[in-house]
Design a protein around this ligand. Structure first.
Ligand SMILES: *[C@@H]1O[C@H](CO)[C@@H](O)[C@H](O)[C@H]1NC(C)=O
Ligand SMILES: *[C@@H]1O[C@H](CO)[C@@H](O)[C@H](O)[C@H]1NC(C)=O
Length: 427
């Protein structure tokens, strides 16, 4: 069931739901009134109010029951929280979609991405000239402009529109076009600079806000989709993948998270602030961490993430939480075994199975896939490796590949997510 169709228990709750909905961006859902309370922006617990969790946090435990205020003097609080013994865990898929999923999406904007702008206040104008779509977004009297480039598969028409993969940074288009999938790209540096300069179409409108470039690039994906929907009838706007590699894979993940129109999220070699775990970061080669990523490229995320430097194990979430919040929509994760930068092993043996436990709880275990391939960081072969899953999701092709095969990494490292032995039983 799509989260947007979840019904509240009573009419009164529905009214409260509508009333509180005004406070959040129009395309995101607010939590239901009987959910655990969610803090207002900038009133979230600080690192020192959160327990030190050396294993991946329990995705079923609401934030309100994760703070040390709930410890009640118990020395075992952190251990209980890590092992799925925390109080008031989410019990049903309905509760996940009504309460926990919107809470996670809000929490990630507070702690990591910065608050995504309210799309209902934006006007998008798009014009098409051949294979170029010019996009102009206006909000609050300010305008930002960028353009996207189309590659359409042969045979795509308004009568037979093709699914699309929106890509930043480049990919090998040919196998996708041959499969009947359109590829659309945009110059991400025109949307938001990959630097502290904070320039580009996004910051032409939203200058001065504490929003990282990952969320700004996500906005570029979303406004591109608006423009495709308005001007390119050869593309089906209801079958949409988003992808990019490395820092752009972190951006593609944010794009999938922050807009429920995205059917399939495809982060490639994404690393920390993508699907690389903050915990267990040293499992493969060069060690990308919260600290060195925040130091090297502070503009990717908001300032709040910086307050967790040297306290990453106090974060109440990890990469698996981000992945789980995409469900029931599809996710395929690509990592190369020769990639010494982005902790491929950690993503394969920890993040993927931990997120899959949530997908399975929700009854959509077949919507998440792990592509472990040979080759290095951002090797173009990754796009071939995920293609069977992409055609499965976007074109209903029969799945021909086993994406639970973690190759030389072997099997999941279950000690990293001990709560998974106590996943609530959905009725
Ligand atoms: C496309 O535009 C139509 C008309 O504004 C709207 O109803 C529909 O939801 C849009 N679809 C997507 C995928 O944005
Ligand atoms: C998808 O494929 C299955 C079997 O391969 C078929 O039963 C089903 O109707 C298809 N769905 C769509 C939407 O085409």
């Amino acid at each position: 069931m799509a989260p947007s169709t979840v019904k509240t228990a009573t009419g009164i709750l529905s009214l409260l739901h509508l009333a509180s909905a005004a406070a959040v961006p129009s395309h995101l859902e607010s939590a239901r009134a009987d959910c655990a309370s969610v803090p207002a922006a900038s009133k979230y617990p600080t690192w020192s109010q959160l327990p030190l969790q050396t294993t991946l946090p329990d995705p079923f435990l609401p934030l309100a029951y994760t703070t040390t205020d709930n410890a009640g003097g118990s020395a075992n609080f952190a251990q209980d929280v890590m092992t799925g013994k925390g109080k008031n865990r989410i019990q049903t898929p309905e509760e996940w979609y009504s309460c926990r999923q919107p809470e996670i999406i809000q929490m990630l904007q507070e702690y990591q991405y910065g608050y995504y702008p309210d799309h209902s206040l934006e006007t998008v104008k798009a014009t098409r000239s051949g294979n170029t779509v010019n996009i102009e977004v206006t909000a609050g009297g300010k305008t930002g402009r960028f353009s996207a480039t189309l590659s359409l598969p042969s045979g795509a028409s308004s009568a037979k529109p093709a699914p699309v993969v929106i890509n930043i940074g480049g990919m090998n288009n040919q196998p996708y076009l041959r499969a009947g999938i359109a590829i659309v790209g945009f110059d991400y540096t025109r949307v938001a600079s990959d630097s502290n300069a904070k320039t580009g179409a996004f910051f032409d409108i939203y200058s001065g806000r504490d929003i990282g470039s990952l969320a700004a690039w996500a906005w570029g994906f979303h406004r591109t989709l608006d423009a495709l929907n308005a001007t390119v009838p050869e593309i089906d706007p209801n079958r949409v993948g988003v992808t990019g590699c490395s820092r752009l894979g972190k951006g593609a993940l944010a794009a999938g998270l922050l807009d429920k129109r995205i059917t399939l999220t495809m982060p490639m070699s994404s690393g920390v602030q993508g699907l690389g775990p903050y915990r267990y970061h040293g499992l493969s080669g060069q060690d990308e961490t919260l600290e060195n990523s925040k130091q090297g490229a502070p503009w990717w995320s908001d300032n709040t993430l910086g307050t967790f430097m040297n306290h990453a194990e106090n974060l109440p979430y990890d990469a698996h939480t981000i992945a789980a919040a995409l469900a029931p929509r599809a996710l395929v994760i690509d990592q190369g075994t020769g990639d010494q930068f982005t902790n491929s092993k950690g993503i394969a043996v920890i993040v993927y199975p931990a997120a899959k436990a949530v997908y399975e709880f929700l009854g959509v275990g077949n919507k998440i896939a792990m592509s472990v391939r040979s080759g290095g960081h951002c090797d173009m072969s990754g796009f071939d490796s995920v293609l069977p899953f992409v055609t499965h999701i976007l074109q209903n092709a029969t799945l021909t590949k086993n994406y639970d095969d973690l190759g030389t990494y072997g099997s999941p490292m279950k000690t990293a997510f001990p709560w998974a032995t106590a996943v609530p039983k959905a009725n």
